[in-house]
Write a protein that binds this ligand. Structure first.
Ligand code: F6P
Length: 515
């Protein structure tokens, strides 16, 4: 793999800094629109399944040109091509990054794993159809966490209108027993399918929940584990030891947060059917082709990723608010949190050198219009500027007259208010305006458009991570807490406080049963 320049080593970085100092600080969106009647056309584009309006961001043609130069100087295209060629770009784990292969149509890829991907997909979809046809199974309980929970949960929620009636879906992720206990009060062993979803099949939360679910199943008189438990994992051997016979595998080149297209997507396939799942994959594949093939100037994941770098490193925004104006997308902010913050929440580059610039922002948000009556006050008049990403669908899937027009009007109005403000209203009524936002528009929320929307975000995270020179595909930052929790779990039994800091010792003492 050719050595790549990190963004702050590239000549265009200096150009961006100069541009920021001279023009960037004083940039005003209202003046930019007044000066350029084509601004909307220049900074918006139709990509597969997703229309994007970037024009309400604090960018101009000079910034865009410099960002594109930066991407080229940093070897973004070569890095992207290396991912699509199956090279081991996850260097800290020496793994390829091939989630895109999971949605590549049969026969379209020469990758050596393509055949295996399709035979596994066929088997999983065949199983999904059998479960759909099995009226005796009324409840599907997915037990998994992180990437083994958020993707399936987000997609099953988002595609509610495509879910055939007759089955209920439950998602248990937390080791907090309240979650599993609440689900177990709603289901019967004879009519429940437990899916144990874990890439590693070692994750504390998932294995604890899986053991408790199996214990409950047996205590209730359930005996046919083969019928009522299936595993979705790369660790088929461990699933076997657990006593599970039905296993759908995937591979180490699928990161957990990139795994909803793999066997981890089984709950989605049971919910929307094999044909629906294939549409989800095909929407994502359309976006893959766009990212892999379009020139950077008209490449939406590249344009969004570059905007993310501009917003983070020059405007200094430390957070981005996700505002889905579609209540079925209510789990999307949580999904994107893992995707972006676990991928790009890194402080050293690929060589292990500390970075002198910021990386992943905090992502957060709630569906509109609810957010408007909660935290939008801060977005409009607070002291910090937070770029907002609106996501809406042109057409609703319900027939409630008038609702959708009001929903869309509110999304547009919020974006307009953030930008235009009302600076002369006086004191407390002043809105400063000039606050940036991006608007993503789907024609309708369908399996295909959801697939494209998620793949768009995967690739935009790739772009910013690539320019920052970090490894977006590892997650060493989750390890320390796991080790310490294992130690503290022992101390909560023994009461041993030796070697603990004062605060942790005080809390362990307070939580010990003897207290
Ligand atoms: O939180 C760390 C993490 O490894 C995530 O990356 C992953 O999605 C999650 O835990 C669950 O891991 P597994 O699928 O192996 O149970």
């Amino acid at each position: 793999m050719a050595a790549r320049l990190r963004c702050d080593e590239a000549p265009a970085w200096v150009g961006l800094q100069e541009h920021w100092d001279i023009n960037g600080r004083a940039f005003d969106l209202r003046c930019a629109f007044a000066a350029d009647p084509n601004r909307f056309a220049t900074f918006s584009q139709q990509a597969p399944q997703v229309f994007a309006d970037l024009s309400k961001n604090r960018i101009d043609l000079a910034v865009q040109a410099l960002l594109l130069r930066l991407a080229r100087e940093c070897g973004l295209e070569a890095h992207r091509d290396a991912m699509f060629a199956g090279e081991p770009i996850n260097t800290t784990e020496n793994r390829a990054v091939k989630h895109w292969l999971l949605r590549s149509p049969r026969g379209a890829s020469a990758d050596p794993d393509a055949k295996l991907v399709h035979s596994t997909l066929d088997a999983m979809l065949d199983y999904a159809e059998r479960i759909r046809a099995d009226a005796a199974i009324t409840d599907v309980v997915n037990i998994g966490i992180g990437g083994s929970d958020l993707g399936p949960q987000m997609a099953v929620t988002a595609l509610h209108d495509f879910v055939s009636p007759g089955k209920r879906f439950h998602f248990v992720s937390n080791v907090d027993g309240h979650e599993l206990a609440a689900v177990l009060t709603q289901v019967q062993p004879a009519s429940t399918l437990f899916l144990i979803a874990s890439k590693t099949f070692t994750t504390l939360e998932t294995m604890t929940n899986a053991r408790s679910a199996r214990g409950w199943f047996e205590a209730q008189g359930g005996s046919n584990i083969a019928r009522h438990f299936a595993a979705l994992t790369t660790n088929v051997a461990e699933a076997g030891k657990f006593g599970i016979e039905t296993t759908f595998g995937f591979w180490d080149w699928v990161g957990g947060r990139y795994s909803m297209w793999s066997a981890i997507g089984l709950p989605i396939a049971i919910a929307i059917g094999a044909a629906g799942f294939r549409q989800l994959l095909s929407g994502a594949h359309e976006m893959d082709l766009h990212f892999a093939g379009a020139a950077l100037e008209g490449n939406l994941p590249a344009r969004l990723g570059l905007l993310d770098v501009w917003n983070r490193n020059f405007l200094g925004f430390t957070s981005r608010s996700i505002a889905p104006y579609h209540s079925a997308l209510r789990r999307l902010p949580a999904y994107l949190q893992q995707l972006e913050m676990e991928s790009n929440g890194k402080r050293v580059d690929l060589q292990g050198r500390p970075l002198a610039f910021g990386t992943a922002p905090v992502l957060w948000g709630e569906p509109g219009t609810n957010g408007q009556h909660a935290y939008f006050q801060m977005l409009h008049q607070g002291t910090d500027v937070v770029p907002v990403e609106f996501i809406a669908a042109k057409r609703a899937s319900h027939t409630l007259a008038g609702h959708h027009r009001l929903l869309l009007a509110n999304a547009l109005a919020q974006a307009q208010a953030l930008m235009q403000g009302r600076p002369d209203a006086g004191g407390h009524r002043d809105f400063p305006g000039n606050r940036p936002s991006t608007f993503l528009l789907l024609d309708q929320l369908t399996p295909a458009s959801l697939g494209a929307l998620v793949a768009l975000h995967e690739h935009r995270v790739f772009v910013s991570g690539s320019l920052w020179g970090i490894n977006s595909f590892d997650q060493w930052g989750v390890e320390l807490g796991k080790v310490l929790a294992a130690d503290i779990a022992g101390r909560l039994i023994s009461g041993d406080l030796a070697g603990l800091d004062g605060s942790t010792a005080g809390l362990v003492r307070g939580l010990h049963p003897s207290h």
